[in-house]
Design a protein around this ligand. Structure first.
Ligand code: PLP
Length: 414
């Protein structure tokens, strides 16, 4: 008999996006003449920057000639890309990293999901609520369904989760806190879905907690390029001591339109060590390196040349222009929704707006109202966790005309 990984059976169906698709399809059948607008998508709408496309053409030419052909590349990624990352994404913000600490991948989803391969089964995991579902599902697949703590992120706490308790052996521990003390903490800032950020002080609090409590922070910075306010941290390594306790995930998907092309990277600092059960000290960088060498063949040469071009002067300008376009959408949506009398969070340093439903509508009820009365697709907040109930998410990744028309329609029905 073949045994399966039964933990997969503990997963909930990917209800959110399939349910949206089902309802949208039904609406289209009933109202074939209505022009639907989607502000639900988390995918980009602008094409790849020209500098990126040119680099890909050149990379294909490399592969077509005997003297410049490349076969299997290093599983950790090519130095030409890692050098750009180290200089432009980190040194420019005062963070010193070595190339050996950067692992190029095919996007942040893979590594945010795969990283627990190198960690033990019996870990207590903390995630925000609402949450990017990959963190939860990948831990359920690994058998941690009953070991996940959900930290509420609500308007009342400004979408900054309260610190969980300390380990029982520490004097700070508080037995009155029922949830336990997490080994692993997922933080995603700028946040999907709430579009909110953490200040340096707020992020430092988490780093200090992790150092004191011997927790590991998995910091998802997939949306850092959308930050507009200078004082907001782009990387967790801008915080003192963070290299001892944090792994960071980055992506070219939203930054540079790579959702179809695929490239991202993970940072695992050399300082990041954990104690094994034999009380030996183990480097997570070494373990992740070992894992990647075995299970990953590297991102394609063409994707990595494309990503390298993101850092060229021309590429940087084109990427900035695209981000400015999306963030102008976010501003327009934010102002328009506020003018409709709605409560709006996020959208200032992130491409998502987290909107409180009016009149205590439940998420799905408001989704349905927008669909039926305004032919507008949104994402019900409750699909990201119970604290998302009573919210919907709008994305700023659409086209300008769609954003403007959507606002006009919302204005009419509210
Ligand atoms: N992390 C967050 C918070 C995301 O919202 C997404 C994509 O939507 C990802 C990671 C995955 O990005 P990638 O396309 O790099 O796999």
């Amino acid at each position: 008999m073949i045994e399966i990984n039964e933990h997969f059976l503990a997963l909930q169906n990917n209800y959110l996006f399939s349910e949206i698709a089902k309802r949208v399809k039904a609406y289209k059948t009933e109202q074939p003449d209505k022009k639907l607008i989607s502000l639900g998508i988390g995918d980009v709408s602008l094409p790849l920057p020209q500098a990126v496309c040119r680099a890909m053409h050149a990379a294909v030419d490399d592969l077509s000639r005997k003297e410049s052909f490349r076969g299997y590349g290093p599983e950790q990624g090519y130095d030409f890309l890692k050098e750009q990352i180290v200089e432009h994404d980190f040194a420019s913000r005062g963070v010193t990293l070595d190339k050996s600490e950067i692992f190029i991948n095919d996007g942040a989803k893979s590594d945010t999901g795969n990283i627990t391969d190198i960690l033990g089964r019996d870990l207590l995991v903390a995630v925000g609520d609402p949450v990017y579902p990959v963190y939860v599902d990948s831990n359920i697949m690994a058998g941690r369904k009953d070991s996940i703590i959900y930290l509420p992120c609500t308007a009342e706490n400004n979408f900054v989760p309260a610190l969980p308790g300390y380990r029982s052996e520490l004097p700070e521990s508080d037995p009155a806190l029922p949830q336990g003390s997490p080994d692993l903490i997922y933080l995603c800032y700028p946040n999907n879905p709430t579009g909110t950020t953490l200040s340096k002080e707020e992020l430092q609090v988490w780093v200090d907690y992790a150092r004191r409590n011997h927790s590991l922070i998995l910091f998802d910075a997939a949306y850092e390029a959308f930050i507009q306010h200078e004082e907001i941290p782009h990387s967790i390594y801008e915080m003192q001591g963070a290299k001892e306790v944090a792994i960071e995930f980055r992506s070219f998907s939203k930054t540079a339109g790579f959702t179809g092309l695929r490239c991202g990277y993970t940072v695992v600092p050399e300082e990041l060590v954990v104690k094994t059960s034999g009380a030996k000290v183990q480097s997570l960088n070494q373990l992740w390196n070992r894992r990647q060498s075995t299970k990953f063949n590297g991102a394609s040469y063409v994707s990595q040349r494309a990503a390298e071009a993101v850092y060229s002067p021309e590429g940087r300008q084109q990427v900035q222009d695209n981000i400015a376009y999306y963030m102008a959408n976010a501003r327009i949506l934010r102002q328009g929704l506020l003018a409709c009398g709605l409560k709006v969070y996020g959208g200032e340093d992130a491409p998502y707006l987290w909107v409180k439903t009016p009149d205590n509508f439940l998420s799905w009820e408001f989704f349905e109202l927008l669909l039926q009365k305004a032919a507008l697709v949104s994402t019900p907040g409750v699909g990201f966790g119970s604290c998302g109930e009573g919210y919907i998410r709008f994305s700023a990744f659409g086209e300008r005309e769609s954003c403007l028309e959507a606002l006009g329609r919302i204005h009419q029905i509210l």
